[in-house]
Ligand binder design. Structure first.
Ligand SMILES: [Zn+2]
Length: 120
């Protein structure tokens, strides 16, 4: 009985930081109630097994949805998808197609739009 108590005390005193330094909770704090800002579902939860063997929860930002066509709301291909920081690091050609209306209209709608502008 006494042995078990001493083990829990030792665990409670030992605070291990996240090995990836992501600002996540330690093994000890994972057992506690999450702080109010982490109780909402704004952030995505990932369960990770750390080298010490503990399973802890990492909170990461959700990826935004696929960009869609402005006219027919079909998902656009060839456009970057990720968090703001991830998209910022990409080159221009990785973010959007370089043709006219690229990243705004789908190929079918941009074809129609180009026809309209030529007729005027
Ligand atoms: Zn379209």
């Amino acid at each position: 009985m006494n042995k078990a108590v001493s083990v829990t005390n030792r665990k409670a005193k030992h605070k291990r930081p996240c090995p990836e330094r992501c600002g996540s909770v330690s093994e000890y704090e994972a057992k506690k109630m999450p702080r109010p800002s982490l109780r909402s579902r704004t952030l995505k939860r990932i369960k990770i097994k750390v080298p010490g063997g503990a399973r802890i929860i990492h909170y990461i930002k959700k990826r935004p949805g696929k960009p869609r066509c402005a006219l027919c709301s079909r998902p656009l291909s060839g456009t970057a998808r990720g968090t703001k920081a991830q998209v910022k690091g990409m080159s221009r050609s990785q973010k959007t197609p370089t043709r006219a209306y690229g990243g705004n209209l789908c190929p079918a709608c941009s074809k129609e739009a180009l026809k309209d502008t030529k007729l005027r």
